[in-house]
Write a protein that binds this ligand. Structure first.
Ligand code: BGC
Length: 713
């Protein structure tokens, strides 16, 4: 039996196995279900009879917002044994679970990881999450999520990398490499790695009104130039699976769109893995009212190119019959099954179907993982304002640590964390108490505002922890107002009235309006939902053990009336847009973030000044740490195509580098711009590189003013 022989190529093994399969066995490979304790025996009988493509370990939808128990190794191995030993062909089952930003050691939410502008750190975080996940016998995570999001009302903004396609693409590729390891001819079959899933394909973040699951309308031009690049980068990094989104885009549900799934993803991008639906999104085609019933839903999705159905079982009930009736071709069925089998072979699942009891969680270097999480958390924090109050002086005597998040644990972790498995985080109050052993830490654990005010009144300096809880963002948790939750502004105003030095730490998963906080706070630190060691990492930054260097991966609006506000908007024809009642610029722009030191960026050189299409331009600057402390600056390179046939963004990020510099140190930093950076999806539905002038700006945020230019001739 060739398919059981690891010395044969993946292609040979797939063909050998496919040739032995019955119609029912093929259909079963296209199915992913949850195995509930009640229906277990029935499902095991089904596995014996036909095998099963995959099992998902979440029992319910909205998996990121509820506490879930997951199958233990014994159960995973027992079900697997039935598939391997008691089904006719012995095809192992893929077990999948959402591991979004950590399994046991929780890393900061993805938006915060993006804020570090450090793909290597995300790759490491993903590799650690993979090791922990694999140690639990799980093969596949439904991550990374790479939906471009321009609307902070949408709760799932926390799960992605923000508003920018270039940053999003770098991060997406890094996460894929981290979860899966490098894909080579041997596949991704490395112990301690897991299969990744690029989601939610595509345009899910463009939900109208920021309401989850809602309709999106995106022109082809914007789809290609803004929303697709992270997915393309994930495919190029070898991602094994892609998840089709819930919503309808331009009048077609993504899970039933041949244009999106087959024409673009498989044919144009050359994606060789398989496409899985989002939770029941095949069955939900009926709710979208593009089909009258589940049989037609199965036909539409499968024909569109959706290879594996999660949960709703329209394929189980109707696919065989659709093939027999000639409504779905055998070639299409074989194509889907080939894709699923190839992924299983590349994962090494036939050689190692069972959970490796030697790689159990306790045997992993968890202390190292915790240290990496703490570093990542501090690296992603963004200093939005500082009038010199931070870093806190080590000799601070009486420090009030108050506010709704001063004693909170769960919020540190963020949404999409499996509470049962996650390492329990500490609190900010405890972390500051440990970091300032000489100081008196004044707190108000009761949460009563009166007590908070009393603590503040007695203190020399106040650290106020505001923000939103993990339960207020993530899937299906959208808000109409991006103001801080009820009462927090009033608390802030009362504290500001005391006139004490006031540092505000904001724990949040989405941009919140800080318009009435920023002017009055002495310092403002954006800490996101920073993970298992988030409290300690906050203390690291507040005390200066870590000099903050994170930057905003998404614009921070002044209020929801500005939404969408993103730096890469198109040029307009008439005047600059304006409002009567608010500036049009965001409160804090994309790419913005301060440090405890200062940096100068100068000496811009663009070489050569003229290139042929296909040639490369090198943009170089000198970055100098002109302050007194060591620190890190994210040097950012923006591009404008000065005259283009279609309207284009005023500027677009095309390169960044996070540079560590000692006080006084300088470094030359270069960015290479070639055909990929200079072209866009333009007239006639083609990628074009139009000759003419290009401008570049290099600096420390998206308002960078150091300018150069070159020509494409
Ligand atoms: C979410 C996905 C997730 C899936 C499985 C869905 O509700 O949209 O992101 O991977 O559930 O839990």
């Amino acid at each position: 039996m060739k398919y059981k022989d690891p010395n044969c190529s993946v292609g040979e093994r797939v063909e050998d196995l496919l040739a032995r399969m019955t119609l029912e066995e093929k259909v079963a490979q296209c199915v992913q279900i949850y195995i509930p304790p009640e229906g277990r025996e029935e499902i095991l009988a089904r596995i014996r009879k036909t095998g099963l493509g995959s099992r998902i370990l979440s029992a319910v939808p909205l998996g990121g917002s509820v506490t879930q128990r997951t199958a233990g190794i014994a159960d995973l191995n027992e079900v697997q044994r039935i598939a391997v030993e008691e089904s006719r062909l012995g095809i192992p089952i893929l077990s999948g679970m959402d591991v979004i930003h950590g399994q046991h050691t929780v890393f900061p939410i993805p938006l915060a990881m993006a804020a570090a502008f450090d793909p290597a750190a995300l790759e490491q975080a993903s590799a650690i999450a993979a090791a922990e996940t694999a140690s639990m016998g799980i093969h596949w995570t439904f991550a990374p999520m790479m939906d471009i999001a321009r609307d902070p009302r949408w709760g799932r903004i926390i799960e992605g990398y923000g508003e920018d396609p270039y940053l999003g693409a770098q991060m997406a590729a890094a996460a894929v490499r981290g979860f899966q390891g490098e894909l080579d001819e041997k596949g991704y079959a490395r112990p301690g790695r897991v299969l990744a899933c690029a989601k939610h394909y595509v345009g899910y973040g463009a939900a109208e009104g920021g309401r989850d699951y809602n309709t999106g309308e995106i022109t082809d031009h914007t789809l290609r130039n803004i929303y697709l690049p992270p997915f393309k980068a994930a495919v190029q990094a070898g991602v094994g699976t892609v998840m089709s989104a819930f919503h309808d885009l331009n009048g077609e549900p993504a899970s039933g769109s041949r244009y999106l799934l087959t024409d673009i993803l498989k044919d144009e991008f050359g994606f060789e893995g398989f496409i899985v639906s989002d939770w029941a999104s095949v069955g939900e085609l009926v709710n979208h009212r593009v089909v009258a019933g589940e049989r037609d839903a199965a036909a539409l999705a499968f024909d569109a190119g959706l290879d594996m159905e999660m949960i709703s079982e329209c394929y189980t009930h109707h696919l065989a019959e659709l093939v027999q009736a000639g409504e779905i071709s055998t070639q299409r069925l074989d194509d889907a099954v080939r894709r699923v089998l190839a992924v299983k072979f590349r994962l090494g699942l036939f050689e190692r179907p069972y959970a490796d009891t030697d790689r159990q969680l306790e045997q992993l270097p968890l202390d190292e993982y915790r240290a990496a999480s703490r570093r990542a958390a501090a690296r992603g924090m963004v200093l939005l304002k500082n009038n010199g109050l931070l870093p806190l002086k080590p000799d601070a005597r009486r420090v009030a640590v108050i506010g709704p998040y001063a004693h909170e644990r769960r919020t540190m972790l963020g949404s999409w964390v499996n509470d049962i498995l996650a390492d329990e985080p500490g609190t900010l109050a405890d972390a500051l108490r440990a970091a300032l052993p000489e100081a008196q830490i004044l707190t108000a654990p009761s949460g009563l505002y009166d007590e908070m005010l009393m603590a503040a009144a007695e203190a020399d300096v106040v650290v106020l922890a505001l923000g939103e809880s993990h339960a207020r963002n993530g899937e299906y948790n959208c808000v109409a107002s991006i103001e801080l939750p009820a009462g927090q502004q009033a608390l802030f105003d009362a504290l500001a009235g005391l006139g004490k030095p006031l540092a505000v730490v904001v724990y949040t998963g989405r941009p919140v309006a800080l318009t009435r906080i920023a002017p009055q706070a002495d310092a403002l630190l954006l800490a996101w939902h920073p993970g298992s060691l988030g409290a300690e990492a906050t203390a690291d930054v507040l005390l200066g053990a870590v000099n903050p260097g994170g930057k905003l991966p998404v614009s921070f609006p002044r209020g929801e009336g500005q939404i969408p506000v993103h730096y890469n908007h198109n040029s307009t024809g008439r005047f600059n847009p304006r409002y009567h009642d608010m500036p049009v610029t965001p409160l804090f722009p994309f790419g913005f973030g301060l440090s405890y030191t200062r940096f100068a960026i100068d000496g811009l050189e663009v070489q050569p000044q003229a290139v042929q299409p296909g040639g490369r331009v090198r943009v170089s600057v000198t970055v100098t740490n002109i302050g007194e402390r060591d620190g890190e600056e994210v040097v950012q390179c923006y591009l404008q195509d000065c005259v283009s046939r279609l309207t284009r963004p005023v500027r677009e990020l095309k390169g960044f580098e996070r540079v560590a510099l000692q006080a006084g140190e300088s470094r030359r930093v270069s960015f290479e711009l070639g055909a990929e950076e200079l072209s866009y999806y333009g007239p006639g539905g083609r990628w074009v590189l139009e000759p003419g002038e290009f401008k570049v700006w290099v600096g420390s945020d998206s308002n960078a003013s150091l300018e150069g230019s070159f020509r494409v001739v």
